[in-house]
Design a protein around this ligand. Structure first.
Ligand code: NAD
Length: 480
């Protein structure tokens, strides 16, 4: 059984405590590796290394820093099959998805920010003949990134890449639920002899090592992706210390299907939006509102598609839906199905834990579940479930669709399906979401601002927004 290690100052090290946590494989329910239960001593060592490495990394010529990130991107791309397989085992997601989404994006994130930092520039403001202002954007120093389990290496690299590109040194904490690809990433850093101490990776539990990272006075900025409740707690700790915070939190995303949509394209994408990664993407569309004239036809076709989805061993190429990430999460999701029934929901398909045979007999599989007949304000339609569950509901007017869509505390992402472009523009303006997709879902241009409104977060990632977050602006005003 593999014992994972922390990555501090370029070395793979056991935790100071000597204590490890079990890491089960979701598709089998069996523990297959263990991870360091890190504490303050590991953090202090990592901070020391990051502080020591900072001057050289910060002051390195930009082109050279970009070359290091490109080298990392190449190493990740070369290892992409190994990483995809590791992600499928560690998270329970289908290998085909891990290959095309997780592994692919991990390399793309590093490459994107390697290039972006060479294009990053700061502003100047002329005051006519009187004076000129220019803005310096220097790296912040030692920063932290904390990432979740749903897209492990994808989100881990999405955070460290801009932090490093902007010239900071990093303490990164992957989720304790899916630690494996961050560990393999540390090995790649060693293989290419990435400068020691520039990136340090600490494994362990959120409330212990995660909390210690957030509280540490040497860490000046924290980029966090995870649940809204954790984000709230983190902000309460970090805000009085005046740390810079970027919070990418939960969602309860609506999908609006109009009668004039391109039916087949919409159907394909609405199924994908609801169930990709077993519904465990913060952007998944789990509340599906359908214009009444096509409600019955769309519902029938949608349920047929969902029933035909292949639920199975994540390591099989044909699998479309794998296991949920943990036993606890599976139980939470099944609990929401019970709640939906109590709230009067009609289960159109799914609704149960799924039993596979052989290797995966004890895995955490849940059938893709479609529910109708629930009002907007019930808990099933208000709370983030983060599993393979969606609800269907008809609407009659654009105004009603808009009020349904905006009617939760969240505001991360939405998609609108209609051929009436004027309506789409009007809705896009009025939808309270950080991301509005029109006739598409999960189409990403890494230059665009990414993040949520309301309880879905504070701040934006992506492109120059992320480089701005990881730098401290300083205005210099010169009188002529
Ligand atoms: P989580 O909040 O439980 O954990 C996220 C990370 O925070 C983990 O690394 C965890 O160890 C750490 N953590 C937990 N408690 C901590 C503490 N007290 N101090 C510091 N760190 C702590 O979230 P999760 O269950 O891993 O991920 C699922 C959630 O993430 C969902 O709500 C999902 O919507 C959200 N998410 C959001 C986005 C986005 O871009 N907005 C993307 C992916 C996932």
């Amino acid at each position: 059984m593999e014992m994972l290690q922390n990555y501090i100052n370029g070395e793979l090290l056991p935790p100071a405590s000597g204590a490890y946590l079990d890491n089960p494989e979701p598709a089998t329910g069996k523990v297959y590796s263990s991870i360091p239960d890190s504490d303050q001593r590991d953090l202090d060592a990592a901070i020391k290394a990051a502080q020591k490495a900072l001057p050289q990394w910060r002051d390195m010529p930009l082109e050279e820093r970009a070359q290091w990130l490109l080298k990392l991107a190449d190493a990740v791309a070369e290892a992409s099959e190994t990483l995809a397989r590791a992600e499928a085992i560690d998270n329970g997601k289908p290998i085909a998805f891990a290959r095309t989404v997780d592994s692919y994006r991990a390399a793309a994130n590093l490459r994107f920010f390697a290039n972006a930092c060479t294009q990053f520039s700061s502003e100047s403001h002329s005051m006519g003949n009187e004076a000129i202002n220019y803005t310096l954007r220097d790296p912040i120093g030692v920063v932290a990134t904390i990432s979740p389990w749903n897209l492990p290496l994808y989100l881990f690299t999405w955070k460290i890449a801009p932090a490093l590109a902007a010239g900071n040194t990093v303490i990164a904490k992957p989720s304790e639920i899916t630690p494996m690809t961050a560990y393999l990433f540390a090995k790649l850093c060693q293989e290419i002899e990435f400068p020691a101490g520039v990136i340090n990776i600490l494994h362990g539990r959120g409330p212990s090592i995660g909390q210690a990272i957030v509280e540490h006075p040497a860490i000046k900025a924290i980029s966090f992706t995870g649940g809204t409740a954790t984000g709230k707690h983190l902000a309460a700790t970090a805000a009085p210390m005046f740390k810079k915070l970027s919070l990418e939190l939960g969602g309860k995303n609506p999908t609006l299907v109009f009668a004039d949509c391109d039916f087949e394209t919409t159907l394909d994408n609405v199924v994908r939006a609801a169930f990709a990664n077993q519904g465990q993407i913060c952007l998944c569309g789990s509340r599906i509102y359908i214009e009444r004239p096509i409600y019955d036809r769309f519902k029938k076709a949608f349920v047929e598609r969902v029933k035909a989805m292949q639920l199975g061993d994540p390591l099989e190429e044909s699998t479309q839906l794998g296991a949920l990430v943990s036993k606890a999460h599976m139980e939470k999701v099944l609990g929401y199905i019970d709640l939906a029934k109590q709230e009067g929901g009609n289960i159109l398909c799914g609704g149960n834990r799924h039993q596979l045979s052989g290797r995966c007999a004890d895995g955490y599989f849940v059938e893709p579940t479609v529910i109708e007949n629930l009002p907007l304000n019930c808990r099933t339609n208000q709370e983030e479930i983060f599993g393979p569950i969606c609800t269907l509901q008809p609407f009659d007017t654009d105004a009603e669709a808009l009020s349904f869509a905006n009617g939760t505390e969240y505001g991360l992402a939405t998609s609108v399906w209609s051929q009436n472009i004027n309506r789409c523009h009007q809705l896009a303006k009025q939808l309270d979401f950080g991301i509005v997709w029109i006739n598409t879902w999960l189409m990403r241009d890494l230059r665009t601002p990414f993040g949520g409104m309301k309880a879905s977060g504070v701040g934006r990632e992506g492109g120059l927004e992320a480089l701005r977050f990881f730098t401290e602006p300083k205005n210099v005003c010169i009188k002529y």
